[in-house]
Ligand binder design. Structure first.
Ligand code: ZN
Length: 350
């Protein structure tokens, strides 16, 4: 249907304003705080644009914002038409987090978009800035807390959750530093911690480190839990402790889709549908190259099994869930109630 790739050329300036402080039981979107009750149908783990060049290698964004808005808007419009009202954008700083683009897209599409604070150590530490290694846990947390208190890079746009990424177990001292900084940030701000996690053993390590710092399991989202290999027992075990289980790579490949259906069925049979989050992990990646001496930047859709972003859950997964015996109440639990509960900010310390 629509073009999957589009070209863009330059960069943009910035705005400067601060939104009112959030209050109890709200979520923080890129256009300010809203009542958690207004989130509606929510995709809790997606991306808009990402730039995988590596930390501190190029000035981001490399694309022209207006072109990006024009290219991406039709997909968000269709998502809005499908009934979705809220999208959590999980691209961390140094992988192309672009809060002004998110704000623009939220304004034109009517979809609440939430951005994040935190760093990403997965993919072999390629996306960590130099200061990560030089600073203490407290200093890192202070940077993230400052984004919450003052807004991101002078835009006034605040993060609505913490997003970090780690590799497979055993996790390193640097990965522990990241988890510890997330814990301190959470304790100060109330923001939920979503952790891109390499495997189930790493999830266990994260949870124990968070709990040592006094963070409740309910404040942790195990991102990419679908990659766990033990047929669901591990997912259920951590869900029983309170951790949110994020099955977030839902795609249209039939075998993959079936795997998600089995995982959801297993959680349902264990009475744990109230701990599951589902998303596509869709989005675009920057591709920059020199063509005849000229820099050419385009945004390519992730090659993750979905040829149209943000739709497979609505077009394919939900109809399948109904035929597997899931009820409307179950779907509402997964797509409305769970994201609301997982991401509501319950502590205010501004
Ligand atoms: Zn992701």
């Amino acid at each position: 249907m629509q073009r999957r790739t589009f070209l863009t050329t330059a960069s943009l300036g910035s705005l400067g304003f601060v939104f009112p402080a959030p209050i109890f039981n709200e979520v923080m979107t890129v256009t300010g705080p809203i009542s958690a009750n207004r989130m509606g149908i929510t995709l809790p783990h997606e991306h808009i644009t990402t730039d995988f060049t590596g930390a501190e290698k190029v000035i981001q964004p490399q694309y022209d914002t207006q072109s990006a808005v024009q290219g991406i808007y039709p997909y968000l419009k269709r998502l809005h038409d499908l009934g979705c009202r809220t999208l959590f954008e999980c691209t961390p700083n140094y992988i192309g987090r672009d809060v002004l683009l998110l704000q623009k897209l939220s304004e034109v599409s009517g979809i609440n978009i939430i951005t994040n604070t935190g760093y990403y150590a997965a993919a072999n530490f390629k996306y960590l800035p130099k200061h990560f290694y030089e600073e203490s846990v407290v200093q890192l947390a202070q940077r993230w807390i400052k984004e919450w208190e003052e807004g991101i890079d002078g835009t006034g746009i605040r993060p609505g959750f913490i997003k970090i990424g780690v590799n497979k177990a055993p996790l390193s001292a640097d990965e522990k530093k990241l988890v510890d900084a997330a814990a301190l940030t959470h304790l100060k701000t109330g923001l939920t911690i979503a952790i891109h996690t390499g495997d189930g053993k790493a999830a266990d390590q994260e949870l124990s480190w968070l709990m040592e710092r006094g963070v409740a399991p309910e404040a942790m989202i195990w991102v990419h839990a679908q990659n766990d290999k033990d047929e669901g027992a591990h997912l259920s075990a951590l869900a029983r402790k309170g951790v949110w289980i994020s099955l977030d790579g839902i795609n249209a490949k039939p075998r993959q889709l079936k795997r998600y259906l089995y995982q959801l069925q297993s959680m349902r049979m264990d009475g744990l549908l109230n701990k599951v989050l589902i998303s596509h992990d869709d989005g675009w990646a920057v591709k920059a190259e020199e063509v005849a001496g000229e820099k050419r930047v385009q945004l390519d859709l992730f090659k993750n099994g979905n040829t149209v972003p943000y739709h497979t859950i609505f077009d394919k997964l939900i109809p399948n869930l109904f035929s597997w015996g899931f009820t409307r109440k179950d779907i509402k639990q997964i797509m409305v109630k769970n994201p609301r509960k997982a991401y509501t900010i319950r502590v205010r310390k501004l």
